[in-house]
Design a protein around this ligand. Structure first.
Ligand code: URA
Length: 443
């Protein structure tokens, strides 16, 4: 069977067998397939979809195209959290040390920012010296010693996914539910987890803005986890506006440290606690979500979470003084400019894609994987949807490296902010909780 046969079959609405997916991922990892044929297959999948068995087979092939972070010898639960990506989403930086401080191992493998979304690795690398490129052996030893490592996808983990993702990015085929689900789960299942919590974003700033699509993505990933005895819980969370105040890289680290010190914006704290409670229950460190929340609040209040973060930063070569004085350690913007309301009214919208694209335009994000990120630029957005404002009130601060950069930031905020007469409807931060038991609403 040639790749051309598979393309034609998928184009015509047929299915690809498990053996064919296995051969495809093997050849993909080996680099022996022509990019133009893989691209054509991706476009056929984008329009024709994949059934459940095909999705499992693709994921399995990508998972087994590389090595695993083998942590099965640990006696504690091993739980990771994955976010499908958003703007201002710094939750991983807070959640990983917090949950590890509560006794669950967190082998957290994160990604880089791409498109309008930010990436945990870029944020962490704004801490001078912080190394996210640990080998699997070093990461495994660190999880054993500290309960947590914050790493990127090395070339060893799911290399077939790495190639396929790059091609999807170049061919406009990222936003296909089975491809996203197989891609994410091939990496997560390589961490030998006993549980996984998904933060599936929904709304304008999400890769899949529609609620139905987010729900389907969550259910697909839960079904994939179930096939590998990895229980998965997904929270569908709002990405109709940026999360927290800081949007960028260094400023998000600063906000994360404030949250680890028991402060931070209320939405960042609340989402961290909700996701963390699910992780503690899945990891066997708490019997109920209520008990788990209490333990997490204690670890934020007594400094244990911050100390865990300090230990991780130190172990990964970063400057631990960032925990005491982030402003002194993190690169600061050359310019800070206020962005003010042009009229009286109420903030109706802070459109997250415009904010995310603005960060990229200022040099703080990536258009291609080779772009270099300036950690110092971004926004602090103080005025959230629903806030009443008077003309001249400060809505946000633009953090820029020069006047031209600040002008690009201002243009982005002009596109992002809508101030009008009528308050927008209040949106729930978490709309659904999804697990193998079903879908719950009203959170
Ligand atoms: N993140 C991934 O790892 N893969 C996708 O396909 C989308 C987001």
């Amino acid at each position: 069977m040639t790749l051309r046969d598979l393309i034609e079959r998928k184009r015509d609405g047929g299915r690809i067998t498990a053996d064919e997916w296995r051969d495809f991922t093997r050849d993909l990892a080996a680099g022996t397939l022509a990019d133009y044929q893989v691209s054509a297959l991706l476009m056929a999948i984008f329009f024709r979809g994949m059934d459940d068995d095909e999705t499992v087979a693709l994921m399995d092939g990508m998972l087994h195209s590389g090595r695993s972070l083998d942590l099965r010898h640990l006696v504690v639960g091993r739980v990771d959290k994955h976010s499908t990506g958003g703007v201002g989403d710094k939750i991983s930086l807070i959640l990983a040390p917090l949950v590890a401080a509560c006794g669950v191992a967190v082998p957290m493998m994160s990604g880089r920012g791409l498109g309008h979304t930010g990436g945990t690795l870029d944020k962490l690398e704004s801490i001078p010296g912080f190394d996210t490129r640990l080998s699997l052996e070093v990461a495994s030893a660190q999880v054993e010693r500290l309960g947590c490592a914050l790493i990127g996808q090395t070339g060893e983990i799911a290399p077939a996914d790495k190639r396929l993702y790059a091609m999807r990015d170049a061919t406009g085929t990222v936003e296909a539910i089975p491809l996203i689900a197989a891609s994410i789960m091939s990496k997560k299942l390589a961490e030998s987890l006993t549980g996984l919590v998904l933060d599936v974003k929904t709304g304008a700033g999400a890769f899949l803005p529609k609620l139905d699509d987010s729900l389907r993505l969550a259910q697909t990933m839960i079904a994939l986890g179930a096939r590998y005895q990895c229980p998965v819980v997904a929270l569908l969370t709002d990405m109709e506006s940026p999360l927290g105040e800081a949007c960028g890289n260094a400023n998000e680290v600063e906000e994360s440290i404030a949250t680890l010190k028991n402060g931070g914006p209320s939405d960042v704290r609340e989402l961290t606690l909700r996701l963390g409670a699910e992780m503690l229950v899945l990891g066997g460190a708490a019997a109920t979500l209520g008990e788990a929340r209490g333990r997490l609040e204690t670890a934020l209040g007594n400094g244990a979470a911050l100390e865990k973060f300090r230990d991780i930063v130190t172990a990964q070569g970063g400057d631990p003084r960032v925990c005491d004085d982030p402003v002194a350690v993190l690169r600061q913007p050359a310019i800070r400019e206020s962005y003010r309301a042009a009229r009286d009214g109420v903030v109706q919208r802070v459109e997250p894609r415009a904010v995310g694209r603005g960060i990229t335009a200022m040099g703080g994000g990536r258009s291609t994987m080779d772009d270099v990120v300036d950690p110092s630029v971004g926004f602090r957005i103080f005025a959230r949807p629903g806030r009443a404002v008077r003309v001249g009130d400060e809505l946000a601060v633009i953090e820029a490296r020069d006047a031209d950069c600040a002008a690009r930031g201002r243009a982005a905020l002009d596109a992002a902010f809508t101030v009008g007469d009528v308050a927008p409807p209040v949106r729930a931060m978490i709309s659904h909780r999804v697990s193998s038991a079903g879908v719950e609403t009203g959170h």
